[in-house]
Ligand binder design. Structure first.
Ligand code: F6P
Length: 328
């Protein structure tokens, strides 16, 4: 039997991502459209345990579509991993007469959502929000496009110095265990080499390839290193190895770090977040939950949490060939 949904709560959890605010805004305004009450939960699953709730209406989310971060704040909650924590969270939802929950976050958030739904049969929907683009079942996650643009802009600037001084730059980018940011931003920024966890290039092959490109007439080089890459695990160690085995360049290291998570969301992320936020509320009203609302071939899809956790979003291996050819 369909449960009647009259009050929906929304939270953001895990690492913040540009576009999360746009997703919250869409959720709140779609609740208004369906004449359903909306409640915001501060600091993600931790705020759910600590009863940190606030009522949200269409005017509470004005002027936020263009803002990075998340105005509801975020956290990685250790307490939600415990049965006691989740029981407290459930009590708080019941006490506030909340019928359903929308969580915006990554795979850690979805793992918590899946357990919570199984334990309490509580309606939950997930919206993929992470710069890593590593969620199975969706082609894109909110924040990924903005992060790519941030990385490309940063590497364009680094290239000015690389060119002017005939230097080799190792640039570390985020992505946890996924190489999506490195591979796509690397192609976009015209990197000479891209090191990703999905493909083990090996340090010697890297050095040999850099020597070849130097011999072909290049006067500087950019190597994009994904933080999860095995050979670049310690980017300073990798820099040392290259210095010892390649005399042709002065080697410099730049770790882009959290700059990649900040800033105003791109138009793509704003539209994606708006579409997913609206679809998440629609789905609850129509009686479908325990799923992530994602995007596949530009169409909205509902993917069971279990499937989102079954693996990682497949990296398009054709892109590796494109990177190899276009960096010749
Ligand atoms: O999941 C997003 C992400 O930025 C990863 O790319 C990175 O590995 C991690 O979060 C960093 O987490 P924190 O901000 O907690 O250091």
């Amino acid at each position: 039997m369909k449960k009647s949904i009259k009050k929906i709560a929304v939270l953001t959890s895990g690492g913040d991502a540009p576009g999360m605010n746009a997703a919250i805004r869409a959720v709140v305004r779609c609740c208004t459209f369906h004449e359903v009450e909306c409640v915001g939960i501060y600091r993600g699953l931790q705020g759910l345990i600590e009863n940190d709730f606030t009522p949200l209406g269409p005017r509470s989310v004005k002027n936020i579509i263009n803002r990075g971060g998340t105005f509801l704040k975020s956290a990685r909650s250790e307490a939600f991993r415990t049965k006691e924590g989740r029981e407290k969270a459930h009590q708080n939802l019941k006490a506030s007469s909340i019928d359903a929950l929308i969580v915006i976050g990554g795979d850690g958030t979805f793992a918590g959502a899946k357990i919570f739904n199984e334990e309490f049969n509580f309606p939950i929907i997930g919206i993929p929000g992470t710069i890593d683009n590593d969620i199975n079942g969706t082609d894109f996650t909110i924040g990924y496009d903005t992060a790519l643009n941030t990385v490309v802009e940063a590497i364009d600037k680094i290239r000015d110095t690389a060119n002017s001084h005939n230097r080799l730059f190792l640039v570390e980018v985020m992505g946890r265990d996924a190489g999506d940011i490195a591979l796509n931003a690397g192609i976009g920024a015209g990197a000479e080499e891209i090191l990703i966890p999905e493909e083990d290039l090996g340090r010697d092959r890297l050095v040999a390839s850099l020597k070849r490109s130097k011999a072909s007439g290049k006067s500087s080089s950019i190597v994009v290193v994904s933080e999860g890459d095995q050979i670049g695990k310690n980017i300073l160690g990798l820099a040392e190895y290259i210095r010892e085995n390649l005399n042709e360049y002065e080697v410099k290291v730049t770790v882009l770090g959290h700059i990649q998570r900040g800033g105003a969301p791109s138009c793509y992320d704003r539209v994606l977040a708006s579409r997913l936020g609206v679809a998440a509320v629609d789905s609850l009203i129509e009686g479908t939950w325990d799923v992530m609302i994602g995007i596949r071939h530009s169409k909205i899809v509902a993917v069971p949490f279990a499937d989102t956790l079954a693996g990682k979003n497949e990296l398009d291996k054709d892109l590796i060939r494109v990177a190899d050819i276009t960096s010749l």
